[in-house]
Ligand binder design. Structure first.
Ligand code: NAD
Length: 288
């Protein structure tokens, strides 16, 4: 069994992005984070993204709005950022308050600056395999982990568990796209005989949000397991009172696998790295 080191692969990608950013001077890729309210997880995610952008030599700006911001005010800000030629990437941090419909907000961002890849146009471009598609960062990170670990994907049976718009569906599209060429099944909460379906997989991508959901009996010997899940489980031995675990019963599954990602330290660090890569690519395509 080989552990896929997401931290090391993410660092490799960030080093490549940083080297490329340095060649673009005097142009500096510029990403703007838009945060609404003070959700503690959002505060921490956005500050991590800002810090990483600075580390790779990009400019990061933050637009902060109170929870009560109107849709009109938020849209006016997004329209101005869309029109600003010095801005290459825009990311509206989810979750948003209920009065701000997420799909509508994501679609207000110019598809060419939508570095989160949540925009309807980008999902269409991804399905059409167009070169200007911006893929959502977490599923794009899953593919990079597979490629950079030397996992053969062409013709292999991949089972994605989870059909969310931010992970499961785009992961499935990327797995079946040309260049990756897997044979893909998407399993979800209504799938019958789920264990049987997953047992057929050469590659399992687990994006469910339930600790220890994927058990050893669901995994074919030699399978590759990519665990996207991030779940908090109570742990009195930790200062925070909890620890993070994935969707896979790691201890039991790992001995059966050829490759497996740990949680933390697997897919997690890839998400921010791919965000930087998406921003760099957006700046390159903008040509300014
Ligand atoms: P989601 O809740 O939107 O989707 C979960 C999916 O799991 C659904 O499509 C549902 O059909 C499926 N599911 C639920 N119960 C099931 C069951 N009993 N059997 C089969 N399928 C079932 O979640 P999400 O946003 O896709 O996130 C999934 C997990 O990935 C979460 O733990 C989340 O924290 C994590 N995540 C990690 C990153 C990262 O950077 N590593 C990014 C995004 C999400």
């Amino acid at each position: 069994m080989q552990l896929i080191d997401g931290n090391a692969i993410a660092q490799q990608i960030l080093a490549e992005v940083k080297a490329k950013v340095a060649t673009l001077a005097p142009v500096v890729p510029h990403v703007v984070f838009v945060r609404v309210g003070e959700d503690p997880a959002s505060v921490s995610y956005v500050s991590k993204k800002e810090k990483t952008a600075a580390e790779v030599g990009m400019k990061a700006s933050l637009k902060l709005f109170p929870e009560s911001v109107s849709k009109e005010e938020l849209f006016a800000c997004l329209d101005a950022l869309n029109a600003d030629a010095s801005v290459h990437g825009i990311l509206v941090q989810a979750p948003l308050p209920k009065h701000l419909p997420e799909t509508e907000v994501f679609n207000r961002v110019s598809p060419d600056k939508d570095v989160d890849g949540f925009n309807t146009i980008n999902i269409g471009r991804l399905v059409q395999e167009l070169p200007n598609a911006i893929a959502a960062c977490t599923p794009a990170g899953v593919i990079e982990l597979l490629k950079r670990s030397g996992v053969k994907t062409a013709g292999k049976r991949a089972v994605v568990i989870g059909r969310s718009l931010i992970v499961g569906k785009p992961a499935a599209v990327l797995l079946l796209s040309k260049g990756t060429d897997a044979t893909v099944t998407i399993a979800h909460s209504r799938t019958e005989n789920l264990a049987e379906v997953v047992r057929e997989a050469d590659i399992i991508v687990a994006a469910i949000g339930k600790p220890k959901f994927v058990t050893a009996d669901m995994v074919k010997p030699g399978a590759v397991v990519i665990d996207v899940g991030i779940n908090r489980v109570p742990d009195a031995t930790k200062k925070a009172g909890f620890r993070l675990v994935g969707d896979v019963d790691f201890e039991a599954v790992a001995p059966k696998c050829s490759f497996i990602t740990p949680v933390p330290g697997g897919v997690g660090p890839m998400t921010v790295a791919m965000l930087m890569k998406n921003t760099l690519d957006a700046a390159l395509r903008a040509g300014r």
